[in-house]
Design a binder for this molecule. Structure first.
Ligand code: HEM
Length: 250
């Protein structure tokens, strides 16, 4: 019955794409303003690293929220992509959600589940917007310094560009997670992609000249090594556990 319910919904409806991108841009605005206000007199390297640190922090929150999405069984709270029944938020999909919830009160589509799923998407779009900005600023400052002085303290931004490509791929896997109805291999790749994204954001923070070692945050080199190496044995357990081990009751 629940599968029948989902099969009546078309998987892709691009109508809300522009407004979702706008929501992501608005979410990114807060961190950007904060970094700009705090570091406007700092060096380009400091500004870029501060923005990267904030992006890493939000990406970590996004990963936690992704786990929450999975553990509450909210992955199909909105069974189409990129919006919710073709709307920017579950507010516009009240009728469809109510109908699905009446049919199956504990099914995949309920109002709280729809909000959890959409919040995950909003956060992901915000993180994507921050990484786009980080890439643009990295290239701008790197090119500017090279033109002015012939050399630069900034690293060549290849890793930041790769991170931008990666977050798009990760978003595509997020879409497939929904449209392929939580197919286990796709959910696993989505999780692996998230871990790789965290590493890509972490690495330049822990290895940049003039930043590592003395950083006040958890991303300094020693914290990275102390924090990540002992947890590595647990990663396969998280990755390969059954995709829907816990049936949430929301
Ligand atoms: C930067 C982008 C993203 C990151 C870092 C991210 C990260 C995650 C993580 C870590 C999980 C938990 C996976 C697990 O515990 O196995 C998750 C779950 C999920 N994500 Fe994402 N995600 C991103 C973007 C997206 C997007 C754009 C969508 C959909 C349009 C999406 C849809 C989902 C869904 C449906 C689940 C739940 C899967 C389930 O119920 O089994 N994600 N995400």
């Amino acid at each position: 019955m629940s599968l029948q319910l989902l099969q009546h919904t078309s998987s892709y409806d691009l109508a809300p794409l522009a407004s979702l991108l706008l929501v992501g841009a608005l979410l990114a605005l807060g961190p950007v303003l904060w970094v700009w206000l705090r570091h406007r007199h700092g060096t380009p390297l400091k500004r870029i690293q501060a923005l990267r640190l904030f992006t890493l922090f939000l990406t970590f929150d996004l990963v936690l929220f992704g786990a929450f999405t999975r553990l509450t069984d909210s992955g199909l709270g909105c069974p189409d992509w990129p919006g919710c029944y073709g709307n920017t938020s579950p507010l516009g999909a009240g009728q469809q959600i109510a109908a699905a919830q009446t049919l199956l009160p504990d099914g995949p589509v309920t109002l709280p589940k729809a909000w959890i799923e959409m919040l995950h998407r909003y956060m992901a779009t915000g993180v994507g917007a921050l990484i786009l900005l980080l890439t643009a600023v990295s290239w701008r400052d790197w090119l500017h310094q090279r033109k002015q002085a012939g050399a630069t303290e900034l690293p060549w931004p290849w890793l930041t560009s790769l991170t931008l490509v990666w977050v798009c791929v990760q978003g595509a896997f997020g879409a497939l997670t929904v449209t392929m109805k939580l197919f286990p291999a796709i959910v696993t790749l989505h999780l692996l992609g998230a871990l790789a994204l965290l590493m890509m954001l972490c690495y330049p923070l822990s290895h940049a000249a003039g930043w590592s070692g003395r950083s006040p945050c958890c991303c300094c080199r020693s914290c990275w090594e102390v924090g990540s190496v002992p947890t590595m044995p647990y990663w396969p357990a998280q990755i390969f556990q059954p995709a829907k081990a816990v049936g949430g009751r929301i």
